[in-house]
Write a protein that binds this ligand. Sequence first.
Ligand SMILES: [Zn+2]
Length: 449
Amino acid sequence: MIRALWFLLKVAVVIAAAIWLADRPGTVSVHWLGYAIEAPFWVALLVTLAALGIAALGYRLIRGLIRTPQRIRRHSRARRRERGYRALTQGMVAIAAGDAPTARKMARKADGLLNEPPLTMLLSAQAAQLQGDERAAKQYFQAMLERPETAFLGMRGLLTQAIKSGDRVEALTLARKARGLQPNTPWLLGTLYDLEAQSGDWAAAEGTLQQAIQAGAIPTEEGRRHRAVLLLERSFEAERRGRADSALSHAQAAHDMMPGFVPAAVRLARLQIAADRLKPAAKVVERAWRQSPHPELAEIYRSLVSSYDPLARVRLFQKLVRQAPDSAESHLAVAQAAIEAQLWGEARQHLNRAMEIGPTRRAFRLMAELDRSERHDEDAAKDWLAKAANAPEDPVWTCNSCGAVSHNWGGLCGHCGAFDSLTWKAPTVAVPVMEPTDIPPALARPATV
Ligand SMILES: [Zn+2]
């Protein structure tokens, strides 16, 4: 409606102008180079307007012709970029699908078409890795270090390669450099903490652990346990250097942090016994027993009460066991003390209770010992020992990382070098046996960090 009105208005203006011109007739005469041209005014006006229109058209035509090569170049650049991004996308899809040859082909194509090294170098490195060409991947990662926008990604690639190849010294150097580039990256803090702990740099690991907890890379509760393990390792280190006070104070700090953590309680109680502080040592064992009844604690308790007569020893064990009456470990501990005190009925009652909670090889072996000692019944003892051979295995310190087992606890797995990986559990498969270490393999090599 509005457009129709607008059109009518324009027609009205043209008609008005034509009427206005018709009412005012006149002529225009031009004398030029001996020629004389005379025309009515409206004809002259039309000719002038037509000449202006032709000139404008000519100008646009010439300008279009001049700009054509530039347009062709721009169009071909846009097409190259489009093809480059398509190759990049196809390369990424190939990586996700695990198709290494296509990934590498697309990486090369994208590299040729796009002038975007940050994007294509990462794709090329990943494609090379997928094809198992770690050397080529390393070259790409190293090239990425040259550019500020890709340096961190390159560092991450090299760090992952170093960890994968087991080169912990190189990995630690790279992780520290990467922290210099991006100090608060959670995965990096978690990795750096692991590497520092595995290299035995306990003090540095403690600092990084704090940062990793704050950045959310390690949950708070898990972080507490890691701190306790680090403190225990510092305690072992202090002892090696002959600093008994420091060894004791670190063990005390670890135990205070996690009273139910068996290695901390065992370590503290042993150091206290060595310092002739028997009463505090007994308190440590009792406190830990409440949360984590454990044969190593029972063994320490046995040494603490060894000066008492057998009956008194049983009474003291009964007191200990009241801390955790529903644990098989508690009943096994009293049973053993009762066998030593020749309290056969008491021993049998606690062994039966331990069997009800969970029969293990140790419980069957104690039954055999009881029948042999009380009734001199060798046949019954043999039966129990046969049952022991088929019973579930007793728990041992087992590495969560490699599955190796050990009868002693340590902060580092002696088989794979993982930090804080030993947990007290029954082994489920055939596993290598190792002794944990607190001297990390990395320290045996020349220190480059
Ligand atoms: Zn291991």
